[in-house]
Design a protein around this ligand. Structure first.
Ligand code: CA
Length: 227
């Protein structure tokens, strides 16, 4: 998932970039409205985080222009102006959601996930974490372009981890959502661990960057290993 962040406050822009990258999103940062507009027209992004108050071409102007051109990409606007008129004009101009500054980063992540889940029309549905890609429609899984052969259960397990990437997934969640076994005392833990071990062998063994991480005593998380 490639996110364009258009934010003129350098510190905030960099913090957003770092935070989103650690959640396995690919991030391009633009510091001016002009730059953001240029990138939007030349690159392919899955979502835009757009500050409204920008020097030069401001966020609303950019938003109105890209919508006029038929670009359906999800847009989340950031605004320090919390006056109700500004929110309304942002939504009128074609924003999908907005956050008022200052905001909590987990809140931003939740909004981004919701927008990406909803998806824009014609957006690719492929899931990506680093060089690992999964297509829920064709059920193809590749790492560094190399096709991985997964069993149906391993596929479901990986799809679940990819949809929750960057977040810790407990064995309880996996039992409930992947094995459809809601009982808290189900003897599934060993089964889950065996499947995780097999998945890890296929996804990570031949590669330097490990993606399937164990969080001791809690569960698992899919993300690039923090050295
Ligand atoms: Ca600004």
């Amino acid at each position: 998932m490639h996110i364009l962040v258009v934010e003129d406050e350098k510190k905030l822009g960099l913090a957003l970039k770092d935070g989103l990258e650690s959640e396995c999103y690919e991030v391009t940062l633009a510091h001016t409205g002009e730059e953001g507009f240029f990138l939007l027209n030349s690159g392919s992004f899955d979502l835009v985080v757009l500050d409204l108050m920008l020097p030069g071409r401001d966020g609303l102007e950019i938003l109105a222009t890209i919508r006029k051109r038929g670009l359906r990409i999800p847009v989340l606007i950031l605004t320090a102006r919390d006056a109700i008129e500004d929110r309304v004009s942002g939504l009128d101009a074609g924003a999908d959601d907005y956050l008022v500054k200052p905001f909590a980063f987990p809140e931003l992540l939740a909004r981004i996930r919701a927008l990406l889940r909803r998806g824009g029309a014609g957006q690719p549905s492929r899931l990506k974490c680093s060089d690992l890609e999964l297509d829920p429609v064709t059920r193809a899984v590749t790492r560094s372009g190399q096709s991985l052969d997964l069993t149906p259960r391993e596929f479901e397990l990986l799809e679940y981890l990819m949809r929750h990437q960057g977040r810790v997934v407990s064995r309880e969640m996996l039992a409930r959502d992947v094995w459809n076994e809601p009982s808290r005392h189900s003897p599934l833990d060993n089964v889950i661990d065996v499947h995780i071990a097999r998945l890890r062998r296929k996804v990570d063994d031949q590669f330097d960057k490990k993606l399937v991480q164990t969080v001791r005593g809690v569960g698992f998380v899919l993300r690039e290993e923090v050295p």
